[in-house]
Design a protein around this ligand. Structure first.
Ligand code: GLP
Length: 243
């Protein structure tokens, strides 16, 4: 695990964008499968990638993208769906084909079958070349809450109370936050060939300390990343305070 402690989110965004640019360059003609995350943490990196696309010609035309997760019960067009979030904050502003940006269907009548089919679609696409991740204050990645099996696959999960409270800022009230999600599992995420995780602010300090230095345990799901051979962690000083 390579850890970069940066001055602020903008500097961190450049480090993350460099990892994207390197991965895109390595893929060449065959194209890249990107794993995209929602939440506020990756947004500065997405902004930097949009800038590089516009000003430097960084192209995603041959890329495909798979989202990590989606709320159960929110249709794709819902303002708080992750399907909508990723378009608004990233993919609508670059040259990726919209149909190539795939997320689990939160409105599926059979979420359990949808989860299994999403996992298969990921595998059929050849797996993820680069997965970007944020981290929850309780150490979750995607929606793999504490207690998630380290080998878990894409599945329906219940959200922790703390996650519902953290994410309530996007909704009218905590009562409006869906209580279930479709989430790639820890085992699914670990299959990505390269991972970059970014976090800022003191609210993430405990989770970042566990991620880097804690014992590998389902108690802190992000510790599973210690088993992966190519992980870059980009954090500001506040998030790195307990390292
Ligand atoms: C949500 C997402 C995660 C994200 C986390 C942290 O729960 N499912 O993928 O990492 O929130 O969000 P933020 O980056 O806004 O702190």
């Amino acid at each position: 695990m390579e850890i970069h402690i940066v001055e602020n989110a903008e500097t961190g965004a450049k480090v993350v964008a460099d990892v994207f640019a390197r991965t895109l360059a390595e893929a060449g003609e065959s194209g890249t499968v990107l794993g995209l995350a929602t939440g506020s943490s990756p947004v500065p990196a997405y902004a930097e990638l949009i800038r590089r696309h516009r000003e430097e010609g960084l192209s995603f035309a041959r890329s495909r993208a798979f989202l990590l997760d989606e709320y159960v019960g929110l249709p794709a067009g819902h303002e708080q769906s992750y399907h909508h979030f990723i378009r608004e904050n990233f993919t609508a502003h670059i040259d990726i084909d919209d149909a190539a940006v795939v997320s689990p269907d939160g409105a599926s009548a059979d979420p359990v079958a949808e989860a299994a089919s999403y996992d298969r679609r990921l595998r059929d696409a050849g797996g993820v070349d680069l997965q970007i991740l944020g981290i929850g204050s309780n150490g979750h990645i995607a929606f793999n809450e504490p207690g998630s099996s380290l080998g878990s696959r894409t599945r329906v999960v219940g959200l922790a109370r703390s996650t519902i409270e953290d994410n309530a800022r996007y909704f009218a009230s905590a009562d409006d936050v869906p209580v279930r999600a479709l989430s790639q599992g820890l085992g699914t995420i670990l299959e990505a060939r390269r991972i970059v995780l970014t976090a800022t602010g003191q609210g993430k300090a405990d989770a970042v300390a566990q991620l880097a230095e804690g014992a590998i345990s389902a108690r802190w799901p992000a510790t599973a990343l210690q088993m992966h051979p190519d992980v870059t962690v980009v954090v500001d000083e506040a998030a790195a305070a307990k390292l």
